[in-house]
Design a protein around this ligand. Structure first.
Ligand SMILES: C[S@@+](CC[C@H](N)C(=O)[O-])C[C@H]1O[C@@H](n2cnc3c(N)ncnc32)[C@H](O)[C@@H]1O
Length: 131
């Protein structure tokens, strides 16, 4: 996409975000504050074994369990994404599981081919997603 095309798209983005409120909250506070039967939470937590990549203390291994416990108790809908892994299959057992092949995003794009990976989306509701 060119710089000109990006600028042209700004109006549509501004319009879409006109009534959107962006919060910077800990996940537990966010879930407690906004849960309702009309809420959809999309969670993209830090990756397993890379929890401290974003900041030292914001998310630890135990938070994968705490987040799952919270999401199992909500009134609303939830979807959570992660590389495929046994822990998430266990934590979200009984949820719908959707698999996608993907590329590891942080890998350099120049020259070398990006390593492939499988991303999963677990949802507490049934729905077909386009790939
Ligand atoms: C895999 S990344 C998701 C990136 C996101 N999908 C995006 O496009 O920017 C994990 C995210 O979890 C955030 N995070 C870390 N600890 C958190 C916490 N306790 N509560 C809420 N978010 C947290 C990080 O800041 C990071 O943005």
């Amino acid at each position: 996409m060119s710089f000109r095309n990006s600028i042209d798209g700004l109006n549509a983005i501004a319009e879409r975000l006109r009534n959107v409120c962006i919060e910077s909250l800990d996940y537990a506070e966010c879930i407690k504050r906004y849960d309702s039967k009309d809420t959809l939470f999309y969670c993209d937590p830090p990756y397993l074994n890379a929890e401290h990549y974003y900041s030292k203390d914001s998310f630890g291994h135990d938070d994968h369990y705490k987040l799952a416990e919270l999401l199992h108790g909500i009134k609303g809908k939830a979807m959570i994404s992660h590389y495929q892994n046994g822990l998430y299959d266990e934590l979200y057992k009984g949820w719908c599981r959707h698999e996608y092949s993907s590329f590891k995003g942080s890998h350099k794009s120049t020259g070398e081919s990006k390593p492939k990976t499988v991303e999963c989306l677990w949802t507490n509701f049934e729905r077909e997603f386009n790939r």
